[in-house]
Ligand binder design. Structure first.
Ligand SMILES: *Cc1c(COP(=O)(O)O)cnc(C)c1O
Length: 393
């Protein structure tokens, strides 16, 4: 596939395979766990991922999705997993050995947080420093002689803080470490971490890539030499393989990602501008707003599409926050994000995650994932919920 084609064209045509049996235009779903293997005396490579043997090593619908993701990002290779967390461990397990040191964004997904605060240090003797990765100097200061992996999230979940991928990639490489970037919040378009020097790019495909809230999935993108190791260790031998059906669903979702992201971004910008002006709002972070602490970096990285993720808080006590959630009619109170419908979740003061976030977040806040609804209807829903809480609109 010609890498100079535009994202929406690549999302539609990338990875397409013809069905030579019946001529179907859509990729059939290959619901098979086994493939026939040659009987010509070639030895069976039980852990091999270069041919179809068994659906955990490689399966046809996985391959189509991997090829589409490579076409879209220009990555040399890709591995898809049963969930975003399986993709994350698919990076952490193969590239960290006992006694190694890792640097992790202080703002990160809950499983990443728990893996590095508890399981990897306790069970595998991995040394860890959590740092504010939006501050490149803090990353530099944390580097040790045994640092082997720097893992950042940008935009960070849930704060939307933006990290300087290129500067951190340079730091990682001069220390002999790898840089992995969880770019789930922006999706694999507009920002291309691999082109900025990252070694590995990770997405929870459950979110924007699939986009329809009906499948879990994760992917890792990068150089073939790194992906070979990931596939052999994490995919075949830790076993988090993506099912053919879910791979097919996610390929179908991915085909419309660039146009969905335009709508998510446009609507989120309108909603963010509304919230920023509302006297009911205590604070808001959205990378597209000039008031966002890393707005100029976001402008450079996100090419004017700032995705659909907003972090904000309203004034008032816990009861008012609960009432606000209850009064919303279009917006659903649910975890996850990047869905066709708008989802909101509240991080209340009892959450043990709050101390890891910037000070303004520590009194509680909402993570708001803007769906594909029209901005007028969403703003009206917010307005009526604010009014029902007795707050000034
Ligand atoms: C959701 C999420 C994950 C985990 O993905 P799952 O598909 O839920 O396993 C990892 N990183 C980020 C940034 C996420 O938002």
């Amino acid at each position: 596939m010609n890498k100079l084609m535009k994202a929406q064209t690549l999302a539609v045509h990338g990875g397409a395979r013809r069905d030579d049996t019946f001529g179907a235009i859509n990729e059939p779903i290959y619901m098979t766990s086994n493939y026939r293997i040659p009987t010509d005396g070639t030895p069976v490579d039980w852990s091999g991922t270069e041919s179809n043997i068994y659906a955990r090593n490689r399966n046809v619908n996985q391959m189509v999705l991997q090829d589409k993701l490579c076409a879209l990002t220009g990555a040399e290779d890709c591995a898809v997993f049963a969930s975003g967390v399986a993709a994350l461990t698919g990076v952490f397990i193969p590239f960290l050995n006992a006694g190694d040191h890792a640097i992790i964004s202080e703002v990160c997904y809950s499983a990443t947080n728990l893996l590095f605060r508890k399981y990897l240090p306790e069970k595998y003797n991995i040394e860890v420093d959590f740092v504010d990765s939006t501050d490149t100097d803090a990353v530099r200061a944390a580097i040790r002689p045994n640092t082997r992996l720097i893992h950042i999230e940008t935009p960070g979940n849930p704060t939307t803080g933006i990290s300087d991928i290129q500067a951190i990639a340079d730091l990682a490489h001069s220390a002999g470490a790898l840089l992995s970037v969880d770019a789930t919040f922006a999706g694999p378009i507009n920002t291309y971490p691999l082109r900025l020097g990252a070694d590995l790019e990770i997405h929870s495909m459950t979110k924007y890539i699939n986009g329809h809230g009906d499948s879990l999935g994760g992917c890792v993108l990068g150089r073939k030499e790194l992906l070979d190791k990931i596939k052999e260790i994490a995919l075949v031998n830790f076993g988090g393989a993506l099912s053919p059906f879910n791979a097919w669903l996610i390929s179908r979702g991915l085909a419309t990602l660039p146009m969905r992201m335009k709508q998510h971004s446009r609507v989120a910008m309108a909603v963010a501008e509304f919230l920023e002006k509302s006297p009911a709002v205590r604070f808001i972070w959205y990378p597209g707003l000039e008031s966002h602490p890393q707005h100029s970096l976001a402008k450079e990285l996100m090419k004017g599409e700032y995705s659909g993720m907003i972090a904000f808080d309203i004034r008032g006590d816990e009861a008012i926050h609960q009432k606000f959630l209850n009064e919303l009619k279009l917006v659903t109170h649910a975890v996850s994000l990047g869905d066709i419908e708008s989802l909101i979740v509240y991080y209340d003061k009892s959450s043990d995650k709050l101390p890891h976030y910037p000070k303004i977040f520590q009194d509680g806040f909402f993570r708001f994932s803007i769906g594909l609804e029209d901005e007028e209807d969403l703003i009206e829903d917010l307005q009526q919920a604010i009014a029902a809480c007795g707050l000034q609109e």
